[in-house]
Design a protein around this ligand. Sequence first.
Ligand SMILES: [Zn+2]
Length: 278
Amino acid sequence: MLVNLVEILKLAEEKKCAFGAFNTPNLECVNAVLAAAEKLNVPVIISHAELHEEVSPLVKIGPVMIQAAINASVPVCVHLDHCENLDYMARALEIGFTGVMYDGSILPYEENLANTKKAVAMAKNYNCGVEAELGALASREGGMANASGPVYTDPDEAVIFCKETGIDALAPSFGTAHGIYKSRPVLDLNRVKTISRKTGLPLVMHGGSGVSPEDYRTGIANGLRKINYYSYMSKAGTNAVKKLLEKEDVTFFHDLALAAENAMEADAENAMRVFTGL
Ligand SMILES: [Zn+2]
């Protein structure tokens, strides 16, 4: 069943756990994530990143995601990830997305604030929740290094930002990075606790792939309610395809797609177990 970002984060708050937000740029990802969520009977967020527009146009994958969410036996939020362009956001809202992340983290504070306010005003007309980012991760979405390096979120600035914008969820910067980690990340999970306590809002972890289970658990205990997870799931799909091709000469692409889908489902299931404490 299709639910919005506010509703799904409320469920996470009630259970004091986090739900996974998985990018689903193609049907295999949508199938894999929803199959895992239905198997475990846990709510889930499926996301489309503006960054993936070239490999997966919003106008094509968006309606597929919405229909899959409606058909699912568990609550599913269909979310726009890292949207930097408000026109793009308007298109997602028209398609029926129930969550959007406006990402103005690369902009000066005042501009981020002004644009996030606009995003909240737009989303309100569509019964859609809004996530925003304050501070900057060590890498941009897609794993490219952030030129200016990470900027950890200041808890007091976060309080003002959340109050002025009226957002529903905040993605703070506390040491995670997008993409595949080269070494184990060092996270400032006390900062998460402080921001959670001061803002009273559900918090979002970006760059959720590759974090240790104990860091996930502490982060969730400290207020993380949505964990963005994609790179490692996608890599699991790629590895399954490689393995199959090493073993046999495959003719049909659908056989490769199915192998990838099954491997991504298993990886997503593991992640969901950690996030929800199952
Ligand atoms: Zn992200």
